[in-house]
Each structure stands twice: as C-alpha cells, then as structure tokens.
Write a protein that binds this ligand. Structure first.
Ligand code: NA7
Length: 535
C-alpha cells in the first residue's frame, strides 16, 4: 500500500514518531517553520510515557511546577497543577490540553506503530512504514520515541501459562484494575514498583513483593499545591527555570556545593535530615561529591539505611530492603509510604537475589522450591531504556547500514541528536544526551528547539542533508564515557548502563551534566554546525 492509512497523499517534509511531550512540541515547531508534518503514534491518544504508565500510584518524580513546558508563557500561567508531584492522570490531561491548545491533533495519526524506516541516498528521503501497511516519505525523520517506552518483560519460564492476569506497569490497562481480595505478586522494586506497592497493598488480600535488588527511596512529601504558592511561583517563573537550568540535572535542587566529608557528622546529618523532610530528588544535591566519591556516598547510604531501619518494624525485613550499592547510581526513587507498607500483615518481601524466580506456574510463582499461589502478577520490571524504542524500528541508513548493527556494541551518536550514516534522522533525548538524568521536559524542549533551528538553518542556506561526521561522533562517544568513568555511576547494574536487559551491551548511555551539554550544543551551532556534514 502506498499512501498513508487513509490513502491520502503521504509525502511530508517531516515525519515525527511519537506523540509524547517530545513529538507534540516538535510538531508545533515544525508547523511554525511551515513544514508539512505528520506524527505517527502507536497509542490512541497523546502523552507518551503518561499515556502508557497508568499503574496505581504513577506520578512524576519531578515537581509539577517544573515538569512542564516553558516555551509558552501563557500556557505556563494558565495551567493549574493540583499537587506538588502530579499524578499520571493529571499529566496526561496536561498533554491533552497542549494538543488541543495548539490544535495539534489534525497532524497526528494515532494507532500507527512504525515498523521500519529506510533512507534513500539518491532522493534524500526517508520511507517510513507502519505496522498496518502505511507508507510515508519524508525529508526529515524525528524519533521522539521516548527513553522509557519499550517494556522489559523478563523471560521467566511459564509466564505465558499463568492463568490469571499479568500486568506490566509500562503497558497498564486503560480500565481500572481492582486488586480487592486478591493474592498479588509484584516482581521488581524499581520506581514503578515503589510507587504502586503501597496502593496495591491497601487493596490486595495478600501481596508478595519479589525483590532482586533493593532501591533507595526518599519520601515525596507530596501534598496539594497551595494556590498562593502556585501564584508566587508563576509570578517569578523565569527565575525558577533559570535556576534549574544551571543544575547538573536541570531540576531546582538547591545544590549544596560542599563535600560530604568537609562537614562535621552533625552538620551532615542535619543536611540529610532537612532534605529527607523536604523530600524527593533534591536529596542527591545535599553534597557535591555524592556521585564521585565512594566515602562521601557511604554517608548518604548510612543515613538512608538508618531511615529504613527506623521505619520498618522487622529488622530482618529492614535489612533486606537496605541497598548496598551507591546511592543515586540507579535513579533515586521518590515514594509515598513505601517502606511503611512492609509493616502491614498482608505484605511479604521475598528475596530473589540469591535464587532467581525459578518458574511461573498456572497458579503462581516458584522461588527456591517454594510455591507462592497468586491470582495476579504485576511486572514492575522496567524498560529496555534509551535504545529499546529506537531499535525496535528497523532503521536503515545510507548504503543499507542498519542502526541495530551500528549500535551492536552500544549506541553511537553525536550530541545524542544524530548518528553518522543516518542523514536527516534526529532523535529527541537520544542516548549520548543528558535526557534521563534530567528533568525530561526542558531536555525535550532543548532538543526540539535545536532540531527546529537546524532545519531552519538548512533551508536558509540551501542545504538538504545533515549528518554528523564519524570523527565528531567518535569523540562524543568517548567524551560521554569519560564523563561517566569519573563518577560512581558505572558501579551498579542500572538501566543507564543497559545492565537490566540480558545481552545488552554495558555502556553508560546518558551524558552527565546538563548545563555544559546545552552550552556545547549552542557552541556547535555558533561554529556553523561543527562536527556535522551539510549537503
Ligand atoms: P526499573 O527501575 O528498571 O526497575 C525494574 C525492577 O524490576 C528492578 O527492581 C529489577 O531488579 C526488577 N527486575 C527486572 N527483571 C527481573 C527479574 N527477572 N526478576 C526479578 N526482578 C527483576 O524500572 P521502573 O519501571 O521501576 O522505573 C524506571 C524509571 O521510570 C525510573 O528509574 C524512574 O526514572 C521512572 P534489578 O534492579 O535489575 O535487580
């Protein structure tokens, strides 16, 4: 079939894959450039991450006042958040509001999952195929497919034979799931599990949590947003955004530029306690060397494990919940009542660190020879992060080279925006950019604006193609690895490293340091797209 699904003219200036926050803003900017644009979206609505992750308790770990677009002051002023940390339904409403406010839906083709994209060097166009047989051509292709959008389902023997429902947190059903009176098993103890476990525990007859690696969690200290506070923030929104843009992760964390080892034990404890009481990710900014010095990090670990032992009644359970790895090596979790949930009579923590889940039977799960009868299984097992969604699409660049082969030993990009050999193919928050280490919204905006400015430049200067040089890309990959090697990030088996997916190459994928990254992107432009070949 040639043509889009409706048989309409299917030649575009730009095709954007994904209608999450990246795809929506990219479409808005493409239209402003006067480009004929089409967004292809697998779901039947906008919102990306917030469309798919509907599990109970899902909410953002960045405060609502920061987790929002800043490109439109009127949008910033008119939207009212109701809680300090927005729950998933509210963020989804916000995404829908943006789609309506900027009249974006007309150029979005829903329920269209992209299967393949191939570049034709002669015509300088991409041919994009959807799973339902649609074929579109376009000069530019933007992958706004998200960093955490390809669900990781563990290959546990017998999973398909389980007779009850199996839900993955990342592809949660649209209708309400009621656990009342049921025996529920949750596999995983990452952020999604930590958010959903306290709520599932309140409904379920019995909840078994199967933990391979414990995670650190700091309370959200979530609360309804005081309208006066919201008004005050909005009156000085620019200042908040500017402050946040200068931190390592683009969040207004009030970084304390002091070593954890340069203060007395008492001062250190006071700083940690204040940040615990304030809640959330700013805990990591308590001192400036938590992610570079093991001895500094040990102090944070001691504090957090102390809290776990204070909250959890059974010392053996508290010990099992206490991580031994570096704090922040995996993204810190932001919770509400997570540790206290283990004081409930109907909740059991099952350690699967030494003996992995053996098998799933029609009636439940087997660990270390013991059967756990279950009615429902929740897979809170995370994602094939950062590269998963990109590599699910069969992407073929110049001379038939595939992205999958090129990235077999780990992703290779320049600035996390493009990859050599794949002209006119852009990624929003691709591997090699700060992306998942930051507040995603400003990172997304920065990328979409960089791409839009680049397309404007190409048009203005009569160019039709852009791709990075191999030399610039190689240098960038080395630089990203080098930054990581100077930190404690590579010390644990995180999804930043691809270590959560069997067989995935162990490479630290995001760039560390948001402000320096943004400056580098600006410099590249100022120097006439340094490191790119334009044709
Ligand atoms: P995560 O953080 O990747 O967590 C997945 C969890 O699932 C983690 O505890 C894993 O243990 C566990 N897991 C995965 N496979 C298995 C098997 N086979 N057996 C037992 N346990 C398993 O994903 P989330 O969805 O929670 O969060 C992703 C991000 O979203 C988060 O960082 C926030 O930024 C928002 P492991 O640690 O690998 O031993």
């Amino acid at each position: 079939m040639t043509g889009d699904r409706d048989g309409a003219e299917a030649t575009f200036d730009i095709v954007i894959v994904g209608a999450g926050f990246g795809g929506l803003y990219m479409l808005h900017l493409a239209r402003k450039l006067g480009l004929k644009a089409r967004v292809l979206e697998a779901g039947d609505g906008v919102g990306g991450t917030w469309y798919w992750n509907r599990y109970p308790g899902a909410r953002c770990d960045v405060e609502s006042m920061e987790y929002s677009y800043q490109f439109c002051p009127e949008l910033e002023q008119e939207w009212e958040w109701t809680e300090r940390y927005a729950p998933q339904p509210e963020i989804l409403r916000y995404a829908n509001h943006v789609a309506d406010r900027f009249d974006l839906r007309g150029d979005i083709q829903f329920e269209s999952r992209v299967r393949a994209a191939a570049y034709d060097d002669e015509t300088g166009t991409w041919t994009i195929e959807t799973e339902d047989g649609g074929v579109l051509t376009s000069r530019y292709l933007v992958m706004a497919t998200g960093c955490l959008s390809s669900a990781n389902t563990p290959a546990i023997e017998g999973l398909a034979d389980f007779k009850g429902p199996v839900y993955h947190t990342g592809t949660w059903p649209h209708e309400d799931v009621d656990f009342t009176g049921l025996r529920v098993g949750v596999i995983g103890t990452g952020s999604s599990a930590i958010q959903s476990i306290p709520i599932i525990a309140e409904q379920a007859a019995e909840l078994f949590v199967f933990q391979r690696t414990p995670n650190y969690a700091v309370p959200a200290q979530n609360h309804p947003l005081d309208p006066d506070y919201q008004r005050e923030v909005k009156a000085h929104y620019g200042e908040l955004r500017a402050r946040a843009s200068q931190t390592r992760n683009g969040v207004d964390t009030h970084p304390n530029d002091v070593s954890a080892l340069a203060v007395s034990d008492e001062e250190r404890q006071t700083e940690y306690e204040a940040r615990w009481q304030n809640g959330g990710l700013p805990f990591m900014a308590a001192f400036n060397d938590l992610l570079v010095r093991q001895d500094a990090n040990d102090t944070a670990r001691a504090f957090l494990c102390g809290k776990i032992h204070e909250i959890v009644d059974d010392p053996a359970v508290a010990e099992l919940l206490s991580p031994t790895n570096v704090v922040g090596c995996k993204r810190l979790c932001v919770d509400t009542n997570y540790y206290a949930t283990y004081n409930r009579d109907n909740v059991t923590l099952v350690d699967v660190s030494q003996t992995p889940i053996e098998a799933i039977t029609p009636d439940g799960l087997i660990v270390d020879g013991r059967a756990y009868p279950l009615d429902v299984i929740v897979l809170a097992t995370g994602f094939d992060a950062m590269t998963g969604a990109l590599l699910k699409v069969a992407i073929q660049g110049r001379d038939g080279a595939t992205l999958k082969e090129k990235w077999a030993a780990g992703p290779r990009t320049y600035l996390g925006l493009m990859s050599a050999g794949f002209p006119n193919l852009f990624m929003i928050t691709g591997p090699g950019s700060p992306s998942v280490l930051t507040n995603m919204l400003p990172s997304i905006e920065q990328h979409a604006e960089w791409i839009a400015a680049c397309l404007g430049y190409l048009a203005e200067h009569g160019h039709e193609r852009i791709e990075p040089t191999l030399a610039a890309e190689n240098d960038w990959v080395d630089h990203v690895n080098d930054l990581a090697d100077h930190t404690l990030y590579p010390t644990c088996n995180s999804w930043y490293l691809g270590a959560n997916v069997p067989g995935k190459p162990r490479v630290f994928m995001p760039h560390i340091g948001y402000p320096t990254y943004v400056r580098r992107c600006e410099e590249v432009v100022a120097k006439g797209y340094e490191g790119f070949a334009l044709g």
